[in-house]
Design a protein around this ligand. Sequence first.
Ligand code: MG
Length: 207
Amino acid sequence: MTEALALPIDIDSVKGFLHPDEGAALHDAARQASALGPCLEVGSYCGKSTVYLGTACRAAGSVLFAVDHHRGSEEHQPGEEYHDAALFDAGAGRMDSFREFRRTLARAGLEDTVVPVVASTTLASRAWRTPLAMVFIDGGHSHAAALADYRCWSPLIVKGGLLAIHDLFPNPAEGGQAPWEIYQLAVASGLYEELPRVRTLGLLRRL
Ligand code: MG
């Protein structure tokens, strides 16, 4: 990074799975893309990526839509590898990351920039018509979930806009393949120019 990134809160205090290098790259990308319109992320969880993206959108006078049903992805469910008992709503018997997400937005001063969309990607996109300057996909990592995120949101990206995908593992021994598969689909479509990857973060510019 050319300059130190100033965030409104200590980003380590936000639960999540995003490396600071990836966060900084997301922030840079959103700063650039915001001139073209609003940005959207899928898979907000407790808001770590939201802080990076939302801070950039705020500086640019833009808006970030944050899509997440907040019931946790497959790997967040009880008994799974990334389950966090503090995010389990015992009354409802389900995961609930929305409360923590809202707390992050308030702490970061982003309630005037981020529009939480508490719904599945399929429902949120069903009547969506607003073109998007940037889409960040970091939702469910099953093949079906990743493919739905890609199919629902990528057609809305404007020319010159950005598609970002998290958790790319070209080597199957290192991680799940669904994000890598949709990244490959995007490349094969011929609609995007590949930008340098940052750790497991892929960035594509819509031609
Ligand atoms: Mg991720």
